[in-house]
Design a protein around this ligand. Structure first.
Ligand code: BTN
Length: 260
């Protein structure tokens, strides 16, 4: 189902933007896929840009048209899990999730996910409600090609592969197929049965739960505490029972580092 209809570009402004336009202007069906080698205006969270060199990454977006209302946080968790599982299956690398939707290998970010919604139109109007799930997976970057400003925080599949350890750098198409198959499966599960199993799977893969975190909010304020779980809406639960639905983890420390 996912990828049956597709647009494949050498270069586009942003696969998320193209998928949103496709949904709005031509009623792109659920599962429609946009892939590009390069983006000239790749979008990250909180208005940041997402940059990758030609041939170095897998960049794609999928249009979803959920018939039931789904919390954005749950969709984000399902997308994170699909990318994490897809990378692990195609490359053999162990992956973890950093709430809300970064995928880590060896503690460094290997992929980012951006879920964007378009609302409008009347019920049944093909150009109406659509959600776009976009992912950027760093695939072929060598360690010395990773931009200095990303420092130690970013990595790629190629940079982490240990030859002879059953791990390998997959072809882009193979990686895409592994992620889309998993996303199709998790999304089907989410719409039919709700988010229970997805949340337990995302919690089991979390690099955050059990750690002391500082979460930064869009308005510049922050909250600190020990992350204890993922809430039913996909939010992060802190040890004082607060549920954080929108934020970004700025610091992640073992609980023994209290007060540092
Ligand atoms: C983040 O970590 O800030 C999210 C990054 C998401 C990047 C991907 S690349 C493909 C898709 N198209 C975009 O413009 N952004 C997402």
């Amino acid at each position: 189902r996912f990828g049956r209809y597709r647009r494949v570009y050498d270069s586009i402004d942003s696969t998320n933007l193209d998928a949103l336009r496709w949904a709005a202007e031509e009623g792109a069906a659920e599962g429609s896929l946009v892939v590009s080698d390069v983006q000239t205006a790749g979008r990250g969270r909180w208005g940041r840009s997402w940059v990758s060199a030609p041939g170095s990454a897998l960049l794609f977006s999928v249009v979803l048209r959920p018939r039931v209302s789904i919390d954005a946080g749950l969709l984000t968790a399902a997308a994170g899990l699909a990318v994490a599982d897809g990378i692990q299956r195609a490359s053999g690398l162990p992956t973890m999730l950093k709430w809300p939707n970064d995928v880590l290998v060896a503690g460094r970010k290997v992929a980012g996910i951006l879920v964007e919604a378009r609302t409008g139109g009347s019920a049944g109007d093909a150009s109406g409600n659509a959600v776009v799930v976009g992912a950027g997976i760093n695939l072929h970057w060598r360690r010395d090609e990773i931009p200095a400003d990303l420092g130690e925080s970013a990595t790629s599949i190629a940079a982490e592969i240990e030859v002879g350890n059953g791990q390998r750098v997959p072809a882009r198409a193979e990686l895409l197929a592994a992620v889309l198959t998993r996303l199709d499966n998790l999304y089907g599960h989410l719409t039919a049965q709700g988010g229970g199993e997805i949340l337990s799977a995302a919690s089991a893969r979390s690099a955050v739960i059990g750690k002391r975190v500082t979460v930064r909010f869009a308005d510049g304020t922050d909250a600190s505490g020990v992350a204890t779980g993922i809430a039913p809406n996909g939010g992060l639960v802190l040890d004082d029972e607060r549920v954080i639905t929108a934020g970004e983890i700025e610091r992640l420390r073992p609980t023994s580092a209290r007060g540092q």
